[in-house]
Design a protein around this ligand. Structure first.
Ligand code: 7RM
Length: 656
C-alpha cells in the first residue's frame, strides 16, 4: 500500500519548513510605508498598554477612557475602561466632516454587472435613515439583529445602522441553510431579521428569503423581517403579512439624521457564530472600543492604507474577514472599498482581474484557496488584464503553500508587491500575526511575526516556549484589544475552550512551528475543525446533519487534504438495518448535508461501512479514518474492537 504517501505528506511539511527564500521589503515601498521603522516592535513590547492607547487615539471618542486595560479578572478583559464612542460615527460621520465627504466609500459591482458608488456622504445618509427605520420598529440598544444578506451595499448599511443605535448584529453567511439560520437566530434571541429576496451567484438568484421563511417556521420571537429587493420580481416574493416589510418602503419616509448612541467601550458590538469542537456553533462576542481600535490600526499598518488607495478584500461579510477588513477596518480609516457580489469565475475566469483593472485596485486581499484555483485556471486569464495598479497583496484563512505564494507574487504582484500573510481568527477579531510590509522580510508560507503589541509564542505541552525548529501550540500570552470577550451566554465554554490549557494564556487551537529566525509557520488545527477553502466547519456539525437523515445510523467525519480547497470533508457512514447502501443514497446524503448546513459543507466523499472502526470502549478512531481517506498506510489497529472493518474500508478506498 501507499507508504509513499505518508512520506510525501511528511516531506511537504519539511519542505515548507526548509523554505529558504527570503523577500526583503522593496526599498521604494519601505520609504513610503505607514510603518517604515522596525523600532515599533520593541517600543510596543516595552509598553504594550501605551502602544494600544496610542492606537485608540486614532478613533474619535465621545469620552476618553480612564484605564487602558483591566485584567484583574482573567480571562475577562476590559479595554479602554470608561471610554465612550460610536462605531458608525467613526466609520462615517468623522469622514463626512472633512473633504472625504465626496470620496467613494463603497465601490460596488453586482454579479450581473450592475454598478453603484456610494460616497461617504451617501453612506452617511443611508446609514442614518436605516438607523431610524430600526428605531421606528422598536429596536433598542442591546437588541440582537440577525442579518442574512447578499454582498450588496445595503449589508454594510444595515451593519453600520445597527452600530449607530447600539444593537449588536449577528451576520449569518448567505451560503448557510435554513437550519443554520434557525439555530443562530434562536441562540441570539433575535427579534428582527434583515434579509433580501436574493443575491446573485453564478447567474442564479439565491433564494435567501425562502431560507429565512423556513428558518422562522415555529419561531415566536422574531417580530419583523426587513426584505431588501435585489431581484426583479418582487411579486414572486412571499411576504408574511404583519411580519415582513420591504426595505425601500420603510426608507421612503425615514428621517435623514439619527443621533449616534454613545456606547461604552465594553458594550457588545456584534456576535458572530463560528464552528468549534462540539456540535453547536459558538457565538463569539466582540465589544466596541477594543475591536475598533485593533481593526483600525492593523488595517492602517498591515495594508498600509493611504488616502488614494482602492482597497479590495474578496471575503464575504458573513465571515470575520469581511467584518473586520471589508467593513470596519477600512471604513474607519476612510478608505475606498471595492465590494463584489458574486463568484470569481462568472461569467468568465477573469472576473477578479477585470475588476482590478476596471477600478484600479491597489490593495488586494484574498484566500489561498482562491489563489490555488487561479493557478489551475492558468495565466491566460491574468494576462488579459492590466494589473499594474496593484501595490500590496494579502492572504488569509489557511496556510498558503509556497508554490501558491510564488504564483501570487509573480503573476498577480508582478514581483513588485509585498505579500502579507495574515493569521487571525473569528475570536481574535483582528490580525495578530503578519508581516508589516515596509519592515519585515517575508518567506513564502510563513506568517512571520506577531503584530506590535501582540505576544505570540509556540509552547510545548508543559507550557515551555519551544526551541527554534520545533513545533507546538500557538498561543497569545497577553490580552489584546479585539479579543473575544466570551461565548454568547456561555462563559464556561469560553473558559474551557481558550483558557484551560495554560494559565492566563489564550489557546488558539492551532499548531505551529518556529524556525531559526523566530518566524512562525502554521501547521494545522488541534480541534475537530475542518478548514474547507478557509471556512471553518466542525466535524460534529456535519455528523449531526448526517444522523438527522432517517436512513443513517452512525456517522464519522474527518478532513482530508485537497489541492484547491486545502481540506475537504470525508464521511464514514453506517446505514440503518434493512437500508441498502446505494450510489443514489450516497448522493442523497451528500445533498442532505448541503441542505442542512449549506453548500460549503457538502462532503467530497462518503464511504459506507457496516461498522466504524472503534476502540473497545466505543470511541471512533478518527486517526485511522484519516489514514484511510488519505490513502496512507493504516496505523496501529490493535486497540480496535473489530479490525476487519478497516479491511473493508481500505478496499473501498482503493476502488475509488
Ligand atoms: C480569519 C479567519 C481561523 C483559523 C485559524 C487557522 C486558520 C487563518 C491563517 C490560517 C494559516 C493564515 N478566521 N488560518 N489565517 N492558517 N495561515 N494566514 O480565517 O475563524 O474563520 O479561521 O483559520 O487555523 O485558527 S476563522
Amino acid at each position: 500500500m501507499s507508504v509513499g504517501k505518508e512520506q510525501q505528506a511528511e516531506k511537504s511539511i519539511e519542505a515548507l519548513l526548509e523554505e529558504q527564500r527570503l523577500f526583503e521589503p522593496f526599498e521604494e515601498f519601505r520609504r513610503n510605508a505607514n510603518v517604515s521603522d522596525e523600532s515599533i516592535y520593541e517600543e510596543a513590547s516595552e509598553d504594550r498598554e501605551g502602544f494600544w492607547a496610542k492606537q485608540a487615539e486614532r478613533l474619535d471618542w465621545f469620552e476618553k477612557w480612564d484605564k487602558v486595560l483591566d485584567w484583574s479578572n482573567p480571562p475577562f478583559a476590559k479595554w479602554f475602561v470608561g471610554g465612550k464612542l460610536n462605531v458608525s460615527y467613526n466609520c462615517v460621520d468623522r469622514h463626512v466632516k472633512t473633504w472625504r465627504r465626496n470620496k467613494a466609500a463603497i465601490i460596488w459591482e453586482g454579479e450581473p454587472g450592475d454598478e453603484r458608488v456610494l460616497t461617504y456622504k451617501d453612506l452617511h445618509r443611508e446609514v442614518n435613515k436605516f438607523a431610524n427605520v430600526l428605531k421606528g420598529l422598536g429596536i433598542k440598544k442591546g437588541d440582537r439583529v440577525t442579518v442574512y444578506m447578499p454582498m450588496i451595499p445595503e449589508l454594510v448599511i444595515a451593519l453600520l445602522a445597527c452600530t449607530r443605535i447600539g444593537a449588536p448584529h449577528s451576520v449569518v453567511f448567505g451560503g448557510y441553510s435554513a437550519d443554520s439560520i434557525r439555530q443562530r437566530v434562536e441562540d441570539a434571541e433575535s427579534n428582527l431579521v434583515i434579509t433580501a429576496d436574493g443575491g446573485y451567484r453564478r447567474g442564479n438568484l439565491l433564494p435567501l428569503k425562502n431560507n429565512v421563511d423556513k428558518a422562522l417556521e415555529g419561531n415566536t420571537l422574531v417580530e419583523k423581517v426587513i426584505v431588501y429587493q435585489r431581484g426583479e420580481n418582487p411579486e414572486k416574493v412571499h411576504m408574511e403579512p404583519g411580519r415582513d416589510l420591504w426595505w425601500h418602503e420603510l426608507m421612503e419616509d425615514a428621517e435623514v439624521y439619527c443621533e449616534p448612541e454613545p456606547m461604552d467601550s465594553e458594550d457588545m458590538l456584534f456576535l458572530l457564530y463560528t464552528s468549534g469542537t462540539t456540535g453547536k456553533p459558538k457565538g463569539v462576542v466582540h465589544t466596541t472600543g477594543g475591536y475598533l481600535t485593533s481593526v483600525t490600526s492593523t488595517a492602517h499598518m498591515i495594508f498600509d492604507l493611504k488616502e488614494e488607495d482602492v482597497y479590495w478584500c474578496t471575503a464575504d461579510i458573513g465571515w470575520i474577514t469581511g467584518h473586520s477588513y471589508m467593513v470596519y477596518g477600512p471604513l474607519s480609516n476612510g478608505a475606498s472599498v471595492v465590494m463584489y457580489e458574486g463568484g470569481p469565475d462568472y461569467p468568465e475566469k477573469d472576473r477578479f482581474w477585470e475588476i482590478i483593472e476596471k477600478y484600479g485596485v491597489t490593495i488586494f486581499y484574498t484566500a489561498p484557496t482562491a489563489i490555488r484555483a487561479f493557478m489551475r485556471w492558468g495565466t491566460e486569464w491574468t494576462e488579459k488584464h492590466d494589473l499594474s495598479s496593484l501595490r500590496l497583496l494579502g492572504t488569509v484563512g489557511e496556510p498558503i503553500n509556497p508554490e501558491a505564494w510564488m504564483w501570487y507574487h509573480k503573476y498577480i504582484g508582478n514581483e513588485r508587491c509585498p505579500i502579507v500573510d495574515t493569521w487571525w481568527q473569528t475570536e481574535t477579531g483582528s490580525i495578530l500575526i503578519s508581516p508589516l510590509p515596509g519592515v519585515v522580510s517575508t518567506k513564502p508560507g510563513s506568517i512571520t511575526r506577531a503584530f506590535p503589541g501582540i505576544e505570540a509564542d509556540v509552547l510545548d505541552e508543559h507550557g515551555n516556549s519551544v526551541e527554534p525548529g520545533q513545533g507546538g501550540f500557538l498561543v497569545i500570552k497577553s490580552p489584546w484589544p479585539s479579543m473575544l470577550r466570551t461565548v454568547y451566554n456561555d462563559d464556561q465554554r469560553f473558559i474551557d475552550t481558550y483558557w484551560s490549557n495554560y494559565e492566563n494564556t489564550y489557546f488558539t487551537e492551532d499548531t505551529a512551528r518556529k524556525d531559526e529566525d523566530g518566524y512562525i509557520w502554521i501547521l494545522g488545527r488541534t480541534d475537530d475543525v475542518i478548514n474547507v477553502s478557509g471556512h471553518r466547519i466542525g466535524t460534529m456539525e456535519v455528523e449531526s446533519a448526517f444522523v438527522d437523515h432517517p436512513k443513517v445510523a452512525e456517522a464519522a467525519v474527518i478532513g482530508r487534504s485537497h489541492d484547491i480547497k486545502g481540506q475537504c470533508i470525508v464521511a464514514f457512514i453506517t446505514v440503518k438495518e434493512g437500508v441498502e447502501a446505494t450510489p443514489e443514497l450516497n448522493d442523497e446524503l451528500r445533498q442532505h448535508v448541503a441542505t442542512k448546513i449549506g453548500p460549503i459543507a457538502r462532503p467530497e466523499k462518503v464511504y459506507f461501512s457496516s461498522d466504524l472502526p472503534k476502540t473497545r470502549s466505543g470511541k471512533i478512531m478518527r486517526r485511522l479514518l484519516g489514514d484511510i481517506a488519505e490513502g496512507r498506510v493504516v496505523g496501529d489497529t490493535t486497540t480496535l474492537a473489530d479490525p476487519s472493518v478497516i479491511e473493508q474500508l481500505v478496499k473501498q478506498q482503493q476502488s475509488g
